[in-house]
Write a protein that binds this ligand. Structure first.
Ligand code: CP
Length: 302
């Protein structure tokens, strides 16, 4: 693997080996041990043109735990504000012998463009509404640890699917691994033509959640919605917000996930988000570090 630009481009064997490696890093992280030799002498640059808490911090931790020199480039205080283009910015960082370039950008396809222009390995940390591959991998790892498998499960992805790169990467990975994906949301937030093999669309939570093993909630991405189509939070919660009553439609042992950041009382009730028996949201964050270590390790080995 030279770059990680999306789940598109992976196959079940590559995805499984990334998950297996991530599992070993999850165990290592829990034991408090480190492996600081693997990326010694290598440089990782986090280049985030959009805000992030989980992804940027976990890439930083992952890089440091493997011994890399990690630089977080602050776009807000960089020469981007003086009009430097994305490509010129990347070329400048590349000239500093950067080995791993982690990129988040609001334009779909930006990491793909960079991958053609720089010698560093490029990792897509979220591009527009297109893909967020490490999020899908950490979600799959969390599911596999809790359900003992990552195939033959029914996974309901609920809410603002239209603007979600997390949903897109999850649909690709979960169907590739042989799961059944249900997309639940209002017609305005489910893109037309998204129902493919293994993917079914529902507009009603009760129908869509029936028999689900996993309930994955998504934030309303108001920053990507154009004027006039932003739903009211209160109305959205009434129809599509996950509360205990709606969760009861899913299997009794169904687990709740959310990529974060959460908007409590909009797509998810605090009562569910903080329910340790059902919610795996904190474990997702923990697995984020392990998955990103596995990705850096794999790319560094070429
Ligand atoms: N899930 C996710 O991408 O979170 P951040 O935006 O905080 O990185």
């Amino acid at each position: 693997l030279r770059h990680l630009l999306g789940i598109e481009g992976l196959n079940p064997v590559t995805a499984t080996s990334l998950l297996d490696l991530a599992e070993s890093y999850a165990l290592l992280n829990r034991s408090g041990k480190t492996q600081r030799d693997l990326l010694r002498g290598r440089t990782l640059i986090n280049l985030f043109f959009e805000d992030s808490t989980r992804t940027r911090t976990s890439f930083e931790l992952a890089g440091r735990r493997l011994g890399a020199d990690v630089v977080n480039m602050s776009v807000a205080t960089s020469s981007v504000t003086k009009g430097e283009t994305l490509l010129d910015t990347a070329a400048t960082l590349n000239a500093m012998n950067c080995d791993l370039l982690v990129v988040r950008h609001n334009r779909s396809g930006a990491p793909h463009l960079l991958a053609q222009k720089v010698s560093a390995s490029v990792i897509n940390a979220g591009d527009g509404t297109h893909e967020h591959p490490t999020q899908a991998l950490l979600d799959a790892l969390t599911i596999r640890r809790n359900k003992g498998r990552i195939s033959g499960l029914t996974v309901a992805i609920c809410g603002d699917v239209a603007h979600s790169r997390v949903a897109r990467s999850n649909i690709l990975l979960l169907t590739m691994m042989g799961n059944f994906v249900r997309l639940i949301g209002p017609p305005t937030l489910i893109p037309g033509g998204i129902a493919t093999s293994g993917v079914t669309v529902f507009h009603d939570m009760e129908e869509g959640l029936k028999g689900a093993d996993i309930v994955m909630m998504l934030r309303l991405q108001k920053e990507r919605m154009t004027g006039g189509m932003v739903p009211s939070s209160r109305e959205f919660f009434a129809y599509y917000g996950l509360d205990r009553k709606k969760l009861a439609y899913a299997k009794p042992d169904a687990l709740v996930m959310h990529p974060g950041p959460m908007n409590r009382g909009v797509e998810i009730d605090s009562d569910i988000a903080d329910d340790a028996a059902r919610s795996r949201i904190q474990e997702q964050v923990e697995m984020g570090v392990a998955v990103r270590m596995a990705v850096l390790d794999t790319l560094a080995r070429g």
